[in-house]
Design a protein around this ligand. Sequence first.
Ligand SMILES: [Zn+2]
Length: 281
Amino acid sequence: MTRVVEREGPYHDPYEMFPEATQDQVGRALDDLPDFVFDPPSGKICMTFQSFLLQTPQHNILIDTCVGDHQNRREGLLYPKDRWLAEFRGAGVGFEDIDYVFCTHLHVDHVGWNTRLVDGRLVPTFPNAKYIIGRKEYEYWLEWNAEHGPASSGPSFEECVLPIVEAGKAVLVDDDFELNDLIHLSPAPGHTPGQCCANFNSNGTKAIFAGDALHHPLQVYEPDWSTVKCADRALAIVSRRKILEDCADTDTLLIPAHFPGTTVGKVITAGDEFAFRFFEG
Ligand SMILES: [Zn+2]
């Protein structure tokens, strides 16, 4: 697996992101975590925007596609996108080599590189890929957009999802879809109604690509904190706790979309609480 990073660094105020957070709880969790998860000068938690490139003997699979190179986005998303392109090329693949793209959910920062502008037209970035999209998630946003118009973050559904469907490249799947014998999906609703995890299992190596079921390692310590952006904050807690319980004290690697540093790690139990141990790669 190769991480293809678009942006990393301080991003959100933890108390705005997690309305239930207290200084005491944040401080206690930070004491057990490496320094790179938090930026004291700004008081912000650090978050990474990235894709995961999985190269299996049969397929090249790209999980989540960041914000992408689109201008019509809210200001905080208009950072330079050269890094993602350089890291993608640095992985030794071209756009045409990707066989599958999987979006854990359809928020603006998970669908961006699905498309790019070529000669004034939005086209699928990965011409030979099938784009795996949860049917429930797709139908929710189709209806939402019909009712509300473009999201405040920008028209990412119109620009990065609909062109894929119109080009015949989308495969709408159920939330327990098996992509191949290595990867199957499982539902993790709450942050969005149809969010899915991608579960990887090969020769005893297990990993859960958990999307935005967790945004930051603070939530391993405080699983009952949902973000202000979660569609169903109570359901997001249920999904988050299930993932943490599935991983706890096992060799399963937890790989949430936005965790900083090496991103990958293991969940352990400490007393009746969870803790996170980053992979030191
Ligand atoms: Zn996200």
